[in-house]
Write a protein that binds this ligand. Structure first.
Ligand code: SF4
Length: 471
């Protein structure tokens, strides 16, 4: 075990088996530790941004807008207004005299030009300081243009990314309860917490469709304003990324009585369980729904398993590290790595809760490092100590892996290949295989605690192809 880098963070790191489990989490990041977390505004923006027929206007300096401009691969099957980033570009003069007039002008111009179904107006740090009255400007423009114009209370300094998720949920909730629901089937769901990265929500929607279930609203991948407005008519909320959208599910339960269940679509076990949980919920309304779910899973697995076995043979005994935004993904990733014969030796998240870390502790192997709200120095030190073969993370973790000569798998914003569903498990296994076994590791020495800058014995790459696999 290496010495702690930051004494103050000792209770946010746990090494399973070394002492009785106890962890602290869900608190402000340590100043100076350079947390991997993003700000409140970014948290709200990543949740709302995939709503494709709305204008997303960032009321703040241009830097805030650049920070989140089109960084996610959230695809749309129709309008693509979400791909454009708009900002009021607040400057020094606006900081002194206020930016309300500028906001009004920007909003009216954007609505006239793009004819969106709604507009979201994001508050940033400076707006919180100068005190622009977003609510009244939004109300005024909403009345003039006859579309919902919704302020998002996401000033960057108001907390951490989790507070941004909450601001996004409160903003979306304002749309709900305003659309007609008479034509909605009694066997219907909303999909919460899937952002349609690389088209993933289309895979999951197809599964539900094959089971005979109507999907009322995608929240928010490939999302539409009109669907959000009638989402309260669905019989069940199916919540994936619980950190991001659980607050919305709770608000809907309280106001509309919509029950919710938590699921994950990553990995074979969790994907199948997600379908079975939804089938169980509707079993009394449709006695054949479970049978259809089982048929679907059987059919998908019959083609998937033989292919997975080939990857498992090659990857057996390799080691993985995981650092993700919300912890739900980590649970599924641990199971997915086990399925392909790999061991997870480090797992952490930016915004995990007490229950999340307890669950991680329960499902990980002895010796695994569990970490909350980590930073580049800590992560580098853990990767070197554990001599891992592949690191799974997002855009901010990628350079850490590459600098240490470790394979990397993007499981976050930027990926271009779907990793959800049964087909996603196959993509995941293939990506891990090609990263771990890439011939590039012959030329990039892996840094470990034992070898200093020297190359680990595990770093011997080969051609990166399975027998019979074409380039
Ligand atoms: S911390 Fe404040 S200034 Fe920085 S990106 Fe977030 S909202 Fe903008």
């Amino acid at each position: 075990m290496e010495d702690l880098l930051f004494e103050e963070r000792a209770d946010q790191i746990h090494r399973k088996g070394e002492k009785p489990y106890q962890m602290s989490c869900d608190r402000e990041s340590l100043a100076g530790a350079v947390s991997q977390r993003a700000c409140v505004f970014c948290g709200s923006r990543v949740v709302l941004y995939p709503i494709a027929d709305a204008v997303h206007l960032v009321h703040g300096p241009i830097g805030c807008a650049a920070y989140t401009w089109d960084i996610r691969g959230a695809l749309s099957s129709g309008p693509e207004l979400h791909r454009l980033s708009f900002s009021t570009d607040l400057q020094e003069k606006d900081g002194i005299f206020g930016g309300e007039e500028k906001l009004y002008q920007a909003l009216t111009e954007l609505i006239d030009r793009h004819r969106p179904k709604a507009a979201f107006v994001y508050s940033t740090c400076i707006v919180g300081l100068i005190g622009d009255d977003l609510k009244s400007i939004c109300r005024k423009v909403s009345q003039e243009k006859s579309i919902p114009v919704i302020p998002v209370e996401s000033e960057g300094f108001k907390g951490n990314k989790r507070a941004g998720y909450n601001a996004a949920c409160r903003a979306m909730f304002q749309l709900m309860g305003t659309g007609a629901t008479d034509s909605i089937s009694p066997i219907s769901i909303n999909i919460l917490g899937d952002f349609n990265l690389a088209g993933e929500i289309w895979i999951v929607r197809d599964y539900f469709h094959r089971m005979g279930i109507e999907v009322v609203a995608n929240i928010t991948g490939d999302g539409r304003v009109v669907d959000l407005q009638r989402a309260h008519g669905a019989a069940l909320n199916v919540v994936q990324c619980s950190g991001a959208t659980i607050d919305l599910a709770r608000m809907m339960q309280e106001s509309f009585g919509t029950p919710f269940i938590r699921v994950s679509y990553f990995g074979v076990e969790d994907m199948a369980e997600a379908l079975y949980s939804v089938a169980r919920f509707f079993e009394d309304r449709d006695p054949r729904i479970m049978e259809r779910a089982r048929d679907l899973v059987r059919e998908e697995l019959s083609t998937l398993y033989p292919k997975l076995q080939e990857y498992r043979k090659a990857l057996q005994g390799k080691k993985a590290a995981i650092y993700v935004g919300g912890a739900f993904k980590a649970f599924s990733l641990i199971k997915a790595f086990r399925l392909i014969g790999m061991q997870v030796v480090l797992v952490g998240s930016q915004t995990g809760t007490e229950e999340d870390y307890q669950e991680l502790h329960d499902i990980t192997d002895e010796g695994t490092i569990i970490v909350d709200d980590s930073n580049p120095l800590e992560l580098s030190s853990f990767l070197k100590e554990k001599d891992v073969d592949v690191f799974v993370g997002g855009v901010k973790e990628r350079p850490i892996a590459y600098k240490l000569g470790v394979g990397f798998c993007d499981h976050n914003h930027e990926r271009k290949e779907p990793l959800e569903g049964f087909v996603g498990m196959l993509h995941f296994a293939r990506e891990i295989y090609t990263s771990v076994m890439s011939p590039v590791w012959r030329f990039v020495p892996r840094k470990t605690s034992r070898s200093g800058n020297g190359r680990s014995s595990r770093a011997d790459g080969h051609c990166g192809r399975l027998a019979g696999q074409s380039a």
